[in-house]
Design a binder for this molecule. Structure first.
Ligand SMILES: Cc1cc2nc3c(=O)[nH]c(=O)nc-3n(C[C@H](O)[C@H](O)[C@H](O)COP(=O)(O)O)c2cc1C
Length: 169
């Protein structure tokens, strides 16, 4: 038992779910036994050797499902190596200031879980998939629509995270 990885994600519109599945595919391809699950229905982490946790950023916070999963399994998660990732439209801007600002959103989980790796990825957004109120919100924030996910960067991060998680396979 030394290479079972649980990838837990939250996602409102499916784009972070696709990132999580891609990370899972890379980890499996590198020899790990991977389970990818939405936070609301994910198994407890105690049957796994390491965890990867990810959420998009909405109005400056992670989605409640991911926070709730961490709260429900805090002690078990703290006893395992963890990697964190976030998606965010603001990360289209690759400046260090923006990365630091988005990193601030992860402070609570960083302190709790002491992750070995943190992935910050630009996300994706389509106005016509949003209810009117959310569309207004993103337009007011000046968030553009489009798919800004950099799959090469996501795959490279997943491979690097696997090494840092200390997982064999
Ligand atoms: C209502 C709403 C609020 C958002 N707020 C933020 C935000 O505060 N900062 C940010 O960088 N991105 C924000 N985004 C963009 C999302 O983080 C991005 O689209 C992400 O890829 C969505 O992931 P999902 O499809 O898995 O839900 C927002 C998107 C929506 C629809």
């Amino acid at each position: 038992m030394d290479n079972r990885i649980l990838v837990v994600y939250a996602s409102s519109y499916g784009t972070t779910a696709e990132v999580a599945r891609t990370i899972g595919d890379v980890l499996s391809g590198a020899g790990a036994a991977v389970t990818v699950a939405a936070a609301a229905e994910a198994p407890a982490p105690d049957g796994f050797d390491a965890v990867v946790l990810g959420s998009p950023i909405y109005s400056g916070d992670l989605l409640p499902d991911l926070n709730a999963y961490v709260d429900a399994h805090e002690a078990t998660l703290q006893a395992r190596p963890a990697a964190l990732f976030a998606t965010s439209m603001r990360l289209r801007d690759e400046s260090e200031d923006m990365r630091q600002s988005v990193l601030g959103t992860l402070d609570r989980l960083r302190i709790l879980l002491q992750p070995v790796a943190i992935g910050l990825f630009a996300g994706a957004l389509w106005y016509d998939k949003l209810p009117a109120i959310a569309r207004l919100q993103v337009q007011t924030k000046g968030l553009p629509e489009g798919d800004f996910r950099d799959w090469d960067a996501i795959r490279a991060w997943a491979l690097e995270a696997k090494g840092l998680l200390g997982i064999g396979g």
